[in-house]
Design a protein around this ligand. Sequence first.
Ligand code: NAP
Length: 255
Amino acid sequence: MAADSSRPKLLLLGGTTEASALARLLAADGRLDATLSLAGATRAPRPQPIPTRIGGFGGAGGLAQHLRETGTRLLVDATHPFAARISANAAAAARLAGVTLLAVRRPPWVAGPGDCWVAVPDMQAAARALGPLPRRVLLTVGRKELAPFAAAPGHRYLVRSVDPPPEALLPRGATVITATGPFALEDERALLRAHGIEAIVTKNSGGTATAAKLGAARELGVTVVMVARPAAPPEVEAVATAEAAMRWVARMAPA
Ligand code: NAP
C-alpha cells in the first residue's frame, strides 16, 4: 500500500528479527502508514516490505523532531537488547514528542541442565573470564566489541560477524568468518568441532535465530561466557514478540 496522510503513522526502530517480522505483519495489515528505521550498521540489509529510512536521527532531540515533523503517532522500539543508546533515545523522544511508545524485548536466554555458562556483566569481564591459559574461543559479540579481546591476545580467536570487522580491531591472529543467522544446530555443532572451540563468548541476546550455538555448546561441553544485557529504560510498555506488538498496534489504531 502506498504512503498516504489518512492512515496513522508508525515508526518502527529495527535491525532485529522481531522488527522484520513486525514489518511483515504491518504490511499485511495495512491500517498504518508504517516506516522502518535502520541504523545503517549492516552493509546490505535485507529488503523490507514497508518503506525504510536509514541512519541516525541525531540523538533523542533529533528523533523527537523527526516524530513531530512526520506527524508520527506510534513508535515501536524493536532494536536489539544491547542497542542501549537508541532505546534510551526512543523513551526520551516519545516523552518529548508526546508519542505512544512500545518496546519489543525478547526474553533473555536462561541456562538449563547440562549448560556450562559463566555469567559476566560486560565485555571486559568476558575477556577476563577466558583466563590466562590459551583457549580456542568463538567470539559472537559483534564487530564493534572486540577491543577487550584484542587486549587479551593469548587465545586463538574465531570471530563470527555479519560484516567483516576492520583489521585494526581484530585480536592478533584471529580467524574471521562472516555469516548471518538463523543458524542450525548441526551447523553450529560442526563449526565448534571443526575449530576445536573450547569457549564461546556471546551477548545474552535471546531469541531463536542465534540460539543453536548454545545447544551445540551444551552437547560438546563447551563453556559459554554469557554477557548480561544493559538495563532497558524503565516504565516503557514492553512485549516479547512481533505478534504481541501487532496486537498492541491493533488496539492503538483500531481499523
Ligand atoms: P546503539 O548503540 O543503541 O545506537 C547508536 C546510534 O545509532 C543511536 O544513537 C542512533 O543514532 C543510531 N541508531 C541505532 N539504531 C537505530 C535505528 N533503528 N534507526 C536509526 N538510528 C539508529 O545501537 P547499536 O548497538 O549500534 O545497534 C545499531 C543497530 O544494529 C540497531 O538497529 C540494532 O537493533 C542493531 N543490532 C544491534 C546489535 C547489538 O549487539 N548492539 C545486534 C544486532 C542488531 P542517533 O543518536 O544519531 O539517532
